[in-house]
Ligand binder design. Structure first.
Ligand SMILES: NC(=O)c1ccc[n+]([C@@H]2O[C@H](COP(=O)([O-])OP(=O)(O)OC[C@H]3O[C@@H](n4cnc5c(N)ncnc54)[C@H](O)[C@@H]3O)[C@@H](O)[C@H]2O)c1
Length: 353
């Protein structure tokens, strides 16, 4: 196989804005051969704009024309489409979050294993230069043993007023499942997949349920808004680490910011912007990194990792089992908020010994 034949399922914002341009940049190893969308007109427009030969009305008809698909539909359809593709022997790059529930995510992984196919989830924050640098610093043990992590994925007044982001039936949640999940995934990856044992969470929708909310990202109906716009959580891990988490689409704060900091026994780091905090020679040292211009776009790096994994040339960076852990944590955060109690997670039997 020289070039991977790629199909696009769901031809909306993320397909047009990230995946299709990324695959076009990598035309030496991938060709987009087909596109499908329940909105046939949109699929045809996209096919014409990006010179894609086949347009399908039903996604299963596409499988015979492709080696892999990229799933860019609302979250509700991720599992159903991914499993059908995998059962047809087609590799899958699925947009985040992996699925609506842990059970769906598990079924996706089983289908990938059963059919010996690649299943990748688009947690692209891992491919940002700052995150790659942080991973190297951690692997080289520059901050000792990590024990406290703080995550904030915060927007002041940016509830997405387009698409279906505020529709619980189609998306499963709001700010957590849309934005917070990226930082949760990044934190777990940087920490080397610690096993979560207990989760406390609270979700809010107070601002978005208020009529006439001042919002920078378009308008939405406050009466039908039924997802979270602000979420907090405290997660503890079997190895004693803890993670303080907060995300929001609509917080009354001074400005938007994305923060991920880790404190370890020998030092600490911040990912955005990348900084390293250490103590050396009897003094406190702060180092910052200059991210070089001309770094490839994260979407391209993500696409290349998926293509190379499909072609058997490299390992996936985002393992589906890791993406499943993010889904399990988000489910626990929502459950904790609903019940008002913490949620204990069953870790694997071998860890419990
Ligand atoms: N990685 C990121 O940072 C990021 C950013 C935005 C969106 N996303 C994810 O991408 C996915 C799509 O988001 P979007 O912003 O592109 O939404 P969008 O609304 O712009 O596009 C979704 C498209 O899917 C189509 N569609 C709906 N149901 C379908 C079905 N059953 N089969 C085929 N097509 C279907 C719609 O007609 C639409 O064209 C979501 O899972 C979202 O969470 C990820």
């Amino acid at each position: 196989m020289t070039r991977l034949k790629m199909g696009i399922i769901g031809a909306g914002g993320i397909a047009q804005g990230r995946h299709i341009p990324s695959f076009l940049e990598l035309s030496g190893k991938v060709e987009i051969t087909a596109v499908q969308d329940v909105n046939r007109d949109r699929a045809e427009e996209v096919a014409e704009a990006f010179d894609i030969p086949y347009v399908f009305s039903y996604y299963k008809d596409m499988f015979q024309e492709v080696d892999a698909v990229t799933i860019c539909t609302p979250n509700k359809f991720h599992a159903e489409i991914a499993i059908a593709a995998l059962e047809a022997g087609v590799h899958v790059l699925c947009e985040k979050p992996m699925a609506m529930t842990t059970a769906e995510g598990e079924a996706m992984i089983e289908a990938a294993e059963r059919n010996n196919c690649i299943l990748d989830i688009a947690y692209h924050y891992r491919f940002t230069p700052e995150a790659q640098l942080a991973k190297k610093v951690l692997v080289n043990n520059e901050i000792g043993e990590a024990f406290v992590t703080r995550v904030q994925a915060m927007r002041r007044r940016k509830v997405p007023g387009w698409g279906v982001f505020t529709n619980k039936d189609l998306q499963g949640g709001g700010s957590l499942i849309d934005f917070g999940c990226h930082l949760l995934d990044l934190a777990l990856w940087l920490l080397d997949d610690p096993e979560p044992v207990e989760v406390t969470g609270r979700t809010y929708d107070r601002l978005s349920r208020t009529p006439g909310l001042v919002n920078d990202w378009g308008s939405f109906d406050h009466e039908t808004f039924n997802v979270d716009d602000h979420v907090t959580s405290y997660i503890t891990f079997k190895n004693g680490e803890s993670l303080q988490f907060e995300c929001s689409w609509a917080a009354n704060i001074k400005e938007d910011h994305t923060t991920l900091t880790i404190s370890g026994t020998e030092g600490g780091l911040s990912v955005y912007p990348f900084e390293l905090y250490q103590a050396k020679y009897g003094a406190l040292f702060d180092s910052s990194a200059k991210i070089r211009e001309g770094e490839p776009e994260v979407g391209v790096v993500q696409a290349e990792n998926f293509i190379d994994a499909c072609l058997g040339r490299s390992e996936l960076v985002v393992k589906p089992e890791q993406a499943l852990k993010v889904t399990r944590l988000m489910e626990a955060i929502y459950e904790s908020s609903q019940t008002g109690t913490s949620v204990k997670l069953n870790h694997r039997a071998e860890d419990a010994e």
